[in-house]
Design a protein around this ligand. Structure first.
Ligand SMILES: Cc1ncc(COP(=O)(O)O)c(C=O)c1O
Length: 446
């Protein structure tokens, strides 16, 4: 597969031309990648244009992902999520009605930022089964149907996260069937699942019925941090294709990184070459690794093939303690909280990485299990719109003093950036408990 962005930039880098344009480093190596870091010079195209080498590279990505259209993001899924919602809401706008999007409660912070910027109401699809983590929402097709039936007006779209941060995958075909019944588009936060397209049998949301989804290419593919996609399905509403780039650009920098675009361009070459074969070998290897870890006595959560979420409480450790032990043994995890430790693998992990992880775990012996009740987010108490709350004058107070106050700014721990206190909602005793459990001590209230 051709790599038009990489080819253009490499030719320019070796040309030795005098750079009387941005950026200020002028291509002189300081950090290392400067010769390849350019701006929109003649021939380099523009990310938010439908023509030129970037658009050509995006077409390659669309072909690889089997989409109707794929847009690059140089600001991760955070940008793609805002663009995806702007596209759906603009295309399906109803006169004289405030738009409503029904979402799973484990929506990333970017979803709430979009609700604020686009001024839509977010209704949360409450799950029928309690979750052991903020990041997990066991949303079923029935939960989606119940939420649609309960809503005070027909939503504009259904928005879910799959896979979630812990590697749990929702039954998207079943959820899509409900969406189809009500004529609603299914929007999916697939930040953690770009690679799912390249499994022997694709588990990518676009192949499972999503109308649009975001992928953080950088999370699971060989792409620099910040590189992402917004995919629009071939089966999506035709209006979604009208001006997706224009809508994405509203939220984006006018100086998108050419280093990231080269990385996405080069990734097309890998996806059409070695990546699927490497992935095919890595999936059973990670499966064996999961089994080895389970055989040591650890509980493991999630069906996503390349993620290992260890639940170490039954082994007598918190997720933080396990992560600390791994760190002492030269293994850095993706994420940890009291309940779990999340490990992300890719085909570019080596045999030595596997051995190191297993060796580090083998140094531990089981202790008295720790009993901790899972933290559940309560059904929200809505007091005002997200936008009016976010743009209100706010005051920071101690979480302990926040009972009954209205949240003004999203309170989420980083990572996983899943909102605990949502702007416009009342801060209840249960919300306070969850905020404290995630180490959040201050909150902004109206
Ligand atoms: C579920 C989920 N959605 C969206 C995002 C945002 O992705 P990005 O960091 O690519 O902007 C993240 C980031 O961790 C995430 O975990």
């Amino acid at each position: 597969m051709n790599t038009p962005i990489c080819d253009f930039v490499t030719e320019y880098a070796v040309s030795g031309k005098t750079r009387l344009h941005m950026p200020g480093h002028k291509g002189a190596p300081q950090h290392g990648l400067e010769p390849f870091d350019i701006t929109e010079i003649e021939g380099a195209g523009y990310l938010y244009s439908d023509e030129g080498i970037i658009a050509e590279s995006e077409k390659n990505a669309a072909m690889l992902f089997g989409t109707g259209r794929t847009l690059y993001s140089t600001e991760g899924s955070t940008l793609s999520i805002k663009a995806m919602l702007a596209i759906a809401l603009t295309s399906l706008k109803k006169e004289n009605e405030r738009p409503l999007v029904l979402a799973s409660r484990n929506a990333h912070k970017a979803f709430l930022d979009a609700a604020c910027l686009l001024d839509f109401d977010a209704g949360f699809i409450m799950q029928s089964t309690p979750s052991p983590s903020l990041c997990r929402a066991f949303i079923t097709a029935d939960d989606v149907r119940a939420a649609i039936e309960r809503a005070d007006r027909m939503p504009t779209a259904i928005y879910v996260t799959s896979p979630d941060y812990m590697g749990n995958i929702l039954d998207l075909p079943a959820i899509k069937a409900v969406c189809r019944e009500y004529g609603l588009p299914l929007l999916v936060d697939n930040a953690h699942g770009a690679y799912l397209k390249f499994l022997k049998k694709s588990l990518h949301p676009i192949d499972l019925g999503a109308d649009m989804c975001c992928d953080s290419a950088h999370k699971t593919l060989p792409v620099y941090t910040g590189g992402g996609y917004l995919h629009i399905s071939r089966n999506a509403d035709k209006r979604f294709f009208d001006e997706p780039k224009g809508l994405m650009s509203i939220f984006a920098s006018t100086s998108p990184s050419y280093l990231l675009m080269q990385s996405l361009d080069n990734c097309n070459r890998l996806l059409s070459g070695e990546f699927p074969t490497l992935l095919e070998a890595a999936v059973p290897a990670v499966q064996r690794l999961k089994q080895d870890i389970a055989d040591m006595g650890f509980s493991i959560m999630g069906a996503e093939p390349m993620k290992i979420t260890i639940l170490p409480l039954s082994f007598g450790l918190t997720g933080f303690e396990l992560a600390g032990h791994l760190r002492e043994n030269d293994v850095e995890c993706e994420y940890a909280d009291s309940f779990c430790t999340v490990l992300m693998l890719s085909p570019y992990n080596t045999e030595r990485d596997y051995e190191r992880l297993l060796f580090a775990l083998s140094l531990l012996s089981p202790k008295e299990p720790i009993v901790k009740l899972p933290l559940t987010l309560p059904a929200p108490v809505y007091r005002q719109s997200i936008r009016s709350a976010v743009f209100s004058r706010a005051r920071q107070i101690n979480v302990s003093d926040a009972l009954g106050r209205v949240c003004a700014r999203t309170a989420a721990s980083c990572q996983p950036s899943i909102p605990i206190a949502v702007p416009g909602e009342e801060i209840t005793a249960q919300v306070i408990e969850v905020l404290k459990a995630y180490g959040i001590e201050k909150v902004q209230v109206i």
